[in-house]
Every structure is written in C-alpha cells, then in structure tokens.
Write a protein that binds this ligand. Structure first.
Ligand code: PBG
Length: 326
C-alpha cells in the first residue's frame, strides 16, 4: 500500500502543485562588479562566468540579466585609487556612482539597484573601516559609512546594503539618509555576516583582501547561532528594512532561526565560494552543475529566506521559468 506522500509524487504536474517551497525570479538579486575605466568587459578568473564591467559597458551585463528575468542588482565597485579612508567610496564621481548613473540612464525604472556599502574595496589596507593602529575604529567608521550610503542614494541607488559589520551603522545610515531627504531609501542590512573562507573568490574579484590580519573582530564566528539573533534584533531596532544572512549554504540553520525570529524580509547571500565550488566540481565532471545549482537555491528558500543574492541569478530565473524549480 502506498502512503500519501508517495501518491502525491505520482505525476510531475501534481508534484508541481504540492511543492512546499515557492520561488520566483522576483526574489533574485544578481551581483555586478563595476571597474573604473572604459571599455572593460573582462572575465573574472576566480568567478567563472562573471565579469568586471566599466560603466560604459555594464549595460550589456544588465541586459542579459533582464532577458533571463532578473531585474535586481547588487553593485560592487573596484576603484583605481585607494587610500586609508576609502575616499573613492563616497566620491560623487566614484565607480559605483558612475555605474548607477549609467545603468539608470539605459534602463530607467526597469531595474532595481542595490549597492554594497563597505570600505574594504576602497581602503589601501583592505579593512572594512578606518584603522586606529592595527584595529578598526568602529565609531569613526560610522560617519564614513553614512557618507557612502548617502552618496550612493544620491547617485540613484534604490536601496543600500551595508556589509561592513560595524556596530551602530544601520542607525547612523538611517539618520544620514533621512537628514538628506532620502527617507524612502530602504536599508538591507548584512546583519548576520560570518567571518568566512567562502568569500575568497570575491576578495580576488574585488581586490578587497585585508593586507594584514583578518575580519574576525567584526564578522561573526561560525560556531555561533544565538549571536545571529542578537545581531538581527539590533539591526531591526536600529531601523533596517530587510535583513541578510551570509553565506547561505553552510548557514541554513541560521537562516531558519533568523527567519523565525524576525518579521522583516530576509535575504540570504549565496557567496562567491559557494558558486566557485559548484563551478569547479562541474568543470571536473564531478557533479551536475544545473542540478546542484537548483537544489542549493531551493534549500535556501526552504530554510526560510525570502530573497536570494546569487551569481547564478540568471540561470536560476530560467530554471524557475521552465518550472524545474519554484
Ligand atoms: C564587503 C563584502 C564581501 C562580500 C560582500 N561584501 C567580502 C568580505 O566581507 O570579505 C563577499 C561576497 C562574496 O563572497 O560573494 N565587505
């Protein structure tokens, strides 16, 4: 005698109807790397299939995503010039600001543009804030982060996403946005961000590896999950509009816990190392890339995420359109 679950698996259409996890391309965000200069559309060696774009060439990358059904982007910038206080990050003519204007001019309101607010790509030492000796000065960094967020929003960012992990930055950014008439700009806080080896390929791609030490004093310890609830609650109180857990795959339990404790929309970031692992194993013929990509994405939504930031956004949107997932 077949049990009920078995009967519910008896046809593809029925399986589609009784799925417990629903996903849509609306919930995908695609990261894009903007590089200062012109005529650049350069493959990123550590992230096969991803490119560095100069502002004059980025429209092609956006267009491909739109064709696949993805209209939300997370922008990162690679400046020509770095200094101790990351001044290019809040330069009105900086790389992200230029990229925002170029994309907006080409696509108007068809696209939703989120910017990563951090300093590590812009500082000569590669840390996510202003240094005092060998350590990051939390409170001094806040005013810089606020300036960066305001500058991004003024250049056309629809949403800002602070990824630095300084304490108090959501409140500092909220106050600065409001003081500049940007009350409608939401903050997606990288609230639960672990100090992770999975960021390796990104740091190569963004040139943002710290020149000494690590990020363990400001990013979270992978042994902890209650701390994630504290971080999420603090950012929620400070005024975050959406929260994020990062990385995704090795932290599905954390996604589940945070999703149960917050009423805010929850994003998960399937980071560079997750993508690179699948790519590398697939290139060796060890796994089925499409299947593993789909299954990993489903697991993140099943765990409780509402939004997924992923380098596979285009391919996943197509898989959803075909009905393979979602
Ligand atoms: C900036 C930042 C990082 C990532 C997103 N924003 C790197 C880091 O914290 O070292 C990682 C994204 C990825 O690995 O795909 N602080």
């Amino acid at each position: 005698m077949l049990n009920r679950s078995r009967r519910l698996r008896s046809s593809a259409l029925l399986r589609g109807m009784v799925r417990e996890t629903r996903m849509s391309p609306d919930a995908l965000i695609y990261p894009l790397f903007l590089q200062e200069g012109s005529d650049i559309c350069q493959p990123i060696p550590s992230l096969p299939g991803q490119f560095h774009y100069s502002p004059d060439r980025v429209a092609a990358g956006v267009e491909q995503a739109l064709e696949a059904g993805v209209n939300k982007f997370l922008l990162f910038g690679l400046p020509c010039h770095k200094d101790a206080c990351g001044s290019e990050a809040y330069n009105d003519q900086g790389i992200v600001q230029q990229g925002l204007r170029a994309i907006r001019q080409a696509f108007g309101q068809q696209v939703y543009l989120v910017t990563d607010v951090c300093m590590c790509e812009y500082t000569s030492h590669g840390h996510c804030g202003i240094l005092d000796g060998q350590t990051v000065d939390n409170d001094k960094t806040l005013e810089y982060l606020a300036r960066i967020a305001v500058s991004h929003a003024q250049a056309g960012a629809d949403m800002v996403a602070p990824s630095d992990m300084m304490d108090g930055r959501v409140l500092a950014i909220r106050q600065a946005l409001d003081a500049n008439g940007l009350q409608n700009t939401p903050i997606l806080s990288y609230a639960v961000k672990y100090a992770s080896s999975f960021y390796g390929p990104f740091r190569d791609a963004a040139g943002s590896a710290p020149s000494f030490g690590d990020r363990k004093t400001y990013q979270m310890d992978c042994h902890n999950w209650k701390e994630a609830l504290k971080e999420a609650a603090t950012d929620e109180q400070e005024g975050a509009d959406l929260l994020m857990v990062k990385p995704a795959l090795a932290y599905l339990d954390v996604i589940r816990e945070v999703s149960r404790h917050t009423n805010l929309p929850l994003a998960a970031y399937s980071v560079s190392g997750e993508y690179a692992m699948i790519k590398a194993a697939a290139a060796q013929g060890l796994i089925d890339e499409y299947g593993v990509m789909c299954e990993s994405a489903v697991s993140v939504f099943r765990a409780g995420a509402d939004i997924l930031i992923t380098y596979y956004a285009k391919e996943l949107a197509q898989a959803m359109r075909k009905g393979d997932i979602g």
